[in-house]
Design a protein around this ligand. Structure first.
Ligand SMILES: NC(=O)c1ccc[n+]([C@@H]2O[C@H](COP(=O)([O-])OP(=O)(O)OC[C@H]3O[C@@H](n4cnc5c(N)ncnc54)[C@H](OP(=O)(O)O)[C@@H]3O)[C@@H](O)[C@H]2O)c1
Length: 261
């Protein structure tokens, strides 16, 4: 076996910036090869891919809109063509509404876009990959296999200016539980990682507003989360140290979601 062939392979959706890049960096450091996808062209993200490769990881990238479920087989097929195996899926790609509109004004168009991207896409990508993992585990019972869903504190904390986002993440949280239940006796753990307020492009437009609220104690840790905070958690989960904890939710939010008096 070559060195490259012995490394486990992880799919990380949206793995070229923000939280996904934090996850990709942590996994590359921990000996994983990476199959990444996103909306941007391979040329646009080329420099990032080269940085990830510099540490020795094998890295492939395809442009893929996760909401377009008909395109999933082509992407997953390309990953298998490159490595002939997949050991982990990290459902990270997601988006917020284009406009943060009040619950009484938000449009059906936005609801549809957010639900397709944040819920329907990852749900069916997971279904597709899970079938392969089950077959793979049948053929090789010690093959590493795990799935992570990156949801959000918005799965449980209500924000009336982005209801569709909250609903999508609450649904994704249930998806994590469902797949954990279905895959448990195949030895494939499924985890939900629930980030709080993380400094990325997604939160850039509200950075100043949150700076103030964080300084005022909204986040008990009194700082922004970083993509690295989330990456370290995902990498620890995929290392295989928590096989009997399938279905767990890991809050990565500096204490934001701790109910307090
Ligand atoms: N930032 C936070 O505070 C926070 C908190 C809780 C949860 N989250 C969740 O964490 C995940 C990552 O968020 P982030 O803050 O890192 O956001 P980000 O910086 O905006 O990055 C989003 C990533 O997802 C990709 N993506 C978006 N829509 C896609 C689609 N339809 N198909 C394929 N890829 C798509 C983007 O691809 P391109 O790079 O090609 O555009 C990008 O790589 C999201 O699911 C988000 O809901 C974020």
């Amino acid at each position: 076996m070559t060195a490259e062939r012995s490394r486990p392979v992880a799919i990380v959706t949206g793995g070229t910036r923000g939280i996904g890049l934090g996850i990709a960096r942590a996994l590359a450091r921990d000996g994983w090869d990476l199959a990444l996808c996103g909306l941007r062209s391979e040329e646009t993200v080329g420099e990032i891919l080269d940085q990830l490769r510099a540490g020795g990881a094998g890295v492939m990238y395809r442009t893929l809109d996760v909401s377009r479920t008909a395109d999933h087989p082509r992407f997953v097929g390309a990953v298998r063509e490159r490595w002939s195996r997949i050991n982990a899926l990290v459902n990270n790609a997601g988006r917020g509404p284009r406009v943060r509109a009040d619950l009484l004004d938000a449009t059906e168009e936005s609801f549809d876009e957010i639900l397709r991207t944040n819920l329907q896409g990852p749900y069916f990508l997971t279904q597709h990959v899970a079938r392969l993992l089950v077959t793979q585990r049948r053929e090789q019972t010690d093959a590493p296999a795990a799935i992570v869903f990156v949801t959000s504190v918005s799965a449980v904390l209500a924000s009336t200016n982005r209801g569709e986002y909250c609903v999508s993440k609450a649904g994704l949280s249930m998806a994590a539980r469902l797949f954990a239940l279905r895959l448990a006796d195949h030895g494939i753990p499924v985890y939900e990682v629930r980030p709080g307020i993380i400094a990325t492009d997604m939160t850039a437009p509200v950075r100043e507003a949150y700076d103030t609220r964080i300084a005022d104690g909204l986040v008990p840790a009194r700082r922004w989360g970083t993509p690295e905070d989330v990456g370290r958690v995902v990498s620890a989960l995929l290392r295989g140290d928590f096989p009997y904890a399938s279905g767990s939710v890991i809050d990565v939010d500096g204490g934001l979601s701790i109910p307090k008096l």
